[in-house]
Design a protein around this ligand. Structure first.
Ligand code: GLP
Length: 260
């Protein structure tokens, strides 16, 4: 795991954006795995700004989102389809026919999950997966006790996760109880991943992910098994780490390591 710690959230966001742009500029038709949530909002804002400056194009990219709520349609205000259109897709040169999210309003969620996983495979696999982290250590919607090898499937959301996402829905009872999510196995199969976490509310989950045992109790800890996982943090999200001196030594101010 590469652990990059920045002084503030703005620098962390800029770093995560740079990682994505580097992949896209090296391979314009890259397959990108996208994430949602509040942490990702400034990241998408930055990507839109960089696109407007002509520094990146999404014109040939293919995207797969991690997850979607079951039981709501793509045009529902709280859906991740809507989120992605609002924060990224409507503002860059992406070809909407190459953007994929699981359909939450599908007839048969199990079939939808299997087809989604197959589509990722048929697209050649994900070059770079963006990830956030929930306060309970979930990634995508893989809640604690999720299988560490499962592929895209149906997950039941915890009450805590429903509470954390309540802001996207008018009434609490409107918040879906189930989601379709890429599994930890799907995430571990990506060629590289960048997890962005900012703010002290994520500090405990980040410490469990980076320095705790690999355990389904903290699904994000499975990233310790990923051959190319970069964890991008501001100092608040890094506050509970114990090997901070080492991370700063290897990557001073988030820089790439230099050895000679
Ligand atoms: C949701 C998403 C996750 C995201 C998490 C954290 O549960 N499914 O992909 O990482 O929220 O969101 P936030 O960044 O708002 O804390």
């Amino acid at each position: 795991m590469k652990v990059l710690i920045y002084d503030d959230a703005e620098q962390a966001v800029a770093s995560a954006a740079d990682h994505l742009i580097a992949v896209l500029n090296a391979k314009p038709d890259a397959v990108l795995g996208l994430a949602t949530g509040g942490t990702m909002l400034p990241l998408y804002q930055r990507l839109v700004a960089l696109y407007q400056e002509g520094l990146v194009s999404f014109g040939k990219a293919v995207t797969f989102n991690l997850d979607e709520y079951i039981g709501i349609s793509p045009d529902h205000a709280g859906s991740y389809h809507t989120y992605m259109r609002n924060v990224l897709f409507d503002h860059v040169d992406i070809d909407l026919s190459r953007t994929y999210l699981p359909r939450g309003d599908c007839e048969d969620a199990a079939t939808e999950a299997a087809e989604y996983e197959a589509l990722i495979g048929a697209s050649g696999g994900i070059d770079l997966q963006l990830l956030g982290i929930g306060q309970n250590g979930h990634i995508g919607f893989n809640e604690p006790t999720s299988s560490l090898s499962a592929l895209t499937r149906i997950k039941t959301l915890t009450q805590d996760t429903r509470n954390a996402n309540a802001r996207y829905f008018e009434h609490f009872e409107d918040i879906p109880k189930y989601a379709l999510t890429m599994g930890i196995g799907s995430i571990l199969a990506t060629r590289s991943c960048v997890l962005l976490a900012t703010g002290v509310a994520k500090a405990q989950a980040v410490a469990a992910m980076v320095e705790g045992p690999v355990s389904a109790a903290c699904p994000a800890s499975a990233l310790q098994l990923h051959p190319k996982a970069t964890i991008v943090l501001d100092k608040d999200a890094a506050a509970e780490l114990t090997l901070t001196d080492y991370y700063h030594h290897v990557h001073p101010k988030g820089a790439e390591s230099v050895w000679n």
